[in-house]
Design a protein around this ligand. Structure first.
Ligand code: AMP
Length: 513
């Protein structure tokens, strides 16, 4: 089934329901949303010669047109290649070329740098700046009557991994992968009511963009903040006036939201659900978030290769302190979502007993078709039908999965595996620490040794002997960092994830101390 059917049906059922909002302003109801999409789809087909199976790249910050473009591409039978708009123009151009995109839609701000790099690509029919006159003309076409029929394995979303090790890989996500993701949201993440609103504060080129489906199916509002991104005070103000807001947020965004709520004396009034994930959420942080803002949080764990859909930790489990292992559960990523099997395997893929750490393996309906034109990488990542996530973790007897680290982030020191996350969790219990990231540094004596990058809370200072004492109270001696490096901030990618590769590169230049 074509994903655009969901929009068509909602527009028939509730044509006058508000659909697209820019900040507080309603820009289109569902009838208008669907009409815009049908017109744009017709232009893609008749003016840009898009045929089913073609790829359309979108390089834009969050905007209303993003949703229109997604649905227009699907309506016309094409797949979307969402490109992080903060990538360097050369990186974006590489993806456009690798995906053999036939059309590219780009924010006006990025067009001047990207277009000269791609305009001579042989397969590219058009590079159009969103909000240009050309875009307006495309939108003025006669509407296409109905979405092009699509089948379950047709490519819908070609998402490029962030490529921290080598060139990015295109993850092929099909229509039925996205059906599974969307249905699992209702079952495992949150219910959605007609009065709700989805707020796009995290980049729509990533999971936040995929979180539109449930809200299109239910005919709720889609709100793009006027800032086009995440500003904590804007989110709180929008929630306060629009009510019943749901949003996806990376853990760093949750921290900023909670800090802002504390400063403003807000309890997050108007926010119904913050779905957090995409990176480790430390127990101390989520505990504080619930203390300040109440039971508004649900955690998910997923990856591009099984988008947003591996495990979930429900609102009740995040907020309920009555269970004896409540804290352990809060430090986990929850239990398998309904449409996947999750197990932990050794290096040969044999299941490990509960409590033992190995690689997280996933099988089920949301798992990607494979990597775009890279059968070798696909064969390495999907073996016997199981997705090898590259994440290390362990399951408990109740099925709760606790992630340790990416397998490549594990530090092997003196023959022992040290999981940076455990050291980070311990350091974050120190009252003067705001952020921390732990990586391994090559050591002649130990193979690798533990190094902690530490950011102190504003106005506070921390010193090595104090941190050493603190670590000895919480973790085994051999896990204690060999050095602490004090920083004013940590390097992060555009999705707010700490760039351990950048930290390791910084260390590579320094000698052992
Ligand atoms: P991406 O493919 O860019 O979405 O990144 C996916 C990776 O982010 C996963 O493989 C995990 O390493 C990490 N990740 C995603 N969700 C969580 C979570 N809830 N807790 C910890 N790490 C997460």
């Amino acid at each position: 089934m074509n994903l655009a059917e969901w929009l068509v049906r909602t527009a028939r059922r509730t044509p006058n329901a508000p659909a697209l909002l820019s900040g507080k302003n309603i820009v289109a109801n569902y009838a208008e949303f669907a009409r815009r999409v049908a017109k744009l789809a017709s232009a893609l087909h008749s003016r840009l010669s898009i045929v089913p199976g073609d790829r359309i790249a979108v390089v834009a910050s969050n905007c209303i047109e993003y949703l229109e473009l997604l649905y227009a591409a699907w309506f016309a039978g094409a797949a979307v290649v969402p490109i992080n708009c903060k990538l360097h123009a050369k990186e974006a151009a590489w993806i456009v070329e690798n995906a053999e995109a036939k059309a590219v839609f780009v924010s006006e701000s990025g067009a001047s740098e990207l277009v000269p790099l791609i305009e001579n690509l042989p397969g590219l029919a058009a590079a159009v700046a969103i909000d240009s006159r050309e875009f307006a003309l495309l939108r003025a076409s006669e509407p296409m009557v109905a979405p092009v029929p699509r089948t379950r394995d047709d490519l819908a979303w070609l998402f490029y991994t962030s490529g921290t090790t080598g060139k990015p890989k295109g993850v092929m996500i099909s229509s039925s992968n996205l059906h599974a993701m969307a249905f699992s949201y209702f079952v495992d993440v949150d219910e959605v009511r007609g009065t709700d609103a989805m707020l796009y504060a995290a980049p729509m080129s990533h999971g936040a963009g995929l979180y539109n489906f449930t809200h299109v199916m239910r005919g709720t509002r889609h709100v793009v903040p006027e800032s086009g991104g995440f500003e904590a005070n804007e989110v709180l103000a929008l929630a306060h006036s629009l009510r019943d807001i749901s949003m996806f947020a990376a853990p760093t965004m949750v921290r900023r939201l909670v800090d802002c709520a504390k400063t403003e004396g807000s309890n997050g009034d108007g926010i119904r659900t913050v779905v957090y994930g995409g990176g480790p959420m430390y127990v101390a942080d989520i505990e504080e978030a619930v203390a300040v803002m109440g039971p508004r949080f649900v955690q998910i764990y997923g990856q591009g290769e099984s988008p947003m859909t591996i495990t979930a930790l429900s609102r009740a489990l995040v907020a309920d302190r009555s269970h004896p292992r409540w804290r352990e559960r809060l430090g986990s990523v929850g239990v398998a979502q309904s449409c996947v099997e999750v197990r932990v395997g050794d290096e040969n893929g044999r299941s490990l007993p509960t409590g033992e750490t190995g690689e997280v393996l996933v099988r089920g309906a949301p798992v990607m078709l494979g990597y775009w034109r890279d059968p070798q990488a696909t064969a390495k990542t999907i073996r016997d039908g199981w997705l090898w996530t590259g994440d290390m973790g362990s399951l408990d007897d109740d099925g709760f999965l606790t992630l340790k680290d990416r397998s490549k982030d594990v530090i092997i020191s003196g023959g022992s595996n040290i999981y940076p996350r455990e050291v980070e969790e311990a350091l974050l219990l120190h009252p003067a620490i705001s952020e921390v990231s732990v990586v391994g540094r090559a050591s002649k004596e130990w193979g690798e040794e533990v190094i902690a990058f530490v950011v102190a809370k504003p106005g506070m200072t921390v010193e090595t002997p104090d941190l050493d004492r603190h670590c000895l109270e919480h973790i085994a001696r051999f896990k204690r960092p060999k050095s602490y490096i004090f920083e004013s901030e940590l390097p992060k990618n555009n999705y707010g994830k700490v760039l351990k590769t950048a930290l390791r590169a910084r260390l590579a230049g320094k000698t052992e101390t």
